[in-house]
Design a protein around this ligand. Sequence first.
Ligand SMILES: [Ca+2]
Length: 279
Amino acid sequence: MPISASPPLRWRLLLRLVLAGLAGLFLGAPAGPLQAQDLVESQGIRFRLISGGAYQLGSPAGEAGRYAHEAPPYAVALRPFYLAETETTNAQYARFLQATGHPAPLYWKDKKLNAPSQPVVGVTWNDAQAFARWLTRKTGVTHRLPTEAEWEAAARGGLAGQPYPWGGEAPDAGGRFRANYNPGNFAADGFATTAPVGSFPPNGYGLYDMAGNVAEWCQDQVRTPAFGGPFGRGEVRLLKGASWYSRARDLRCAARQFAPPASADGFIGFRVVRLLPGQ
Ligand SMILES: [Ca+2]
């Protein structure tokens, strides 16, 4: 909350948090049967409806592997939104490049990373913005990157207070891998770099790779001590979910990574939000 918020705004925000906290008492209820409107397909991207309501996010002080710059536990009220079932793939991104003439990202010709079903990497935050704007123009429906709260609420898949999208087990518990990451040997989970999206089981909301594979750009600008700043000069944006390059602790839903918006790397990608009609 900005310190300069006027008293009425402060009270409205406070009321919203209290209501979110009350609604949070009912978190954890199993999701109902999938309805037709829960799934939308557009421009080769499948979107899942994430219900509006209260979500419990952040990590408690005692969570194993927690970093000091993570948000403490907090309740947030979200409006409903659609989130792409998978990270944006090279095939989906290719449509955008072809339609717009936007420059190809780094690693576009790297055979280890450029199969159609692998997530696009080497994209800057600015590239992700251009992709979302193109989808918006093309469909007449607003698309954008998720906020951290939207991303994390979706990643938790209906499980409150669990470190990972699948619950509390380590990503390799019982010798079964639940994500593409770096368990000490990059390829031990079956993938030395990015995995084709959807190679591991989805979370409780039907979303794939909310942990690992590629770190996903979020909308949020990072500029406050709450995000672990200061980071020096200039703009810094948030990444969630960690990647094929990351260790287990970074795969937790509350974990955060940061990068300037013009930076690109082989472990960074994104997925998009699609707003509901009228939003
Ligand atoms: Ca791996």
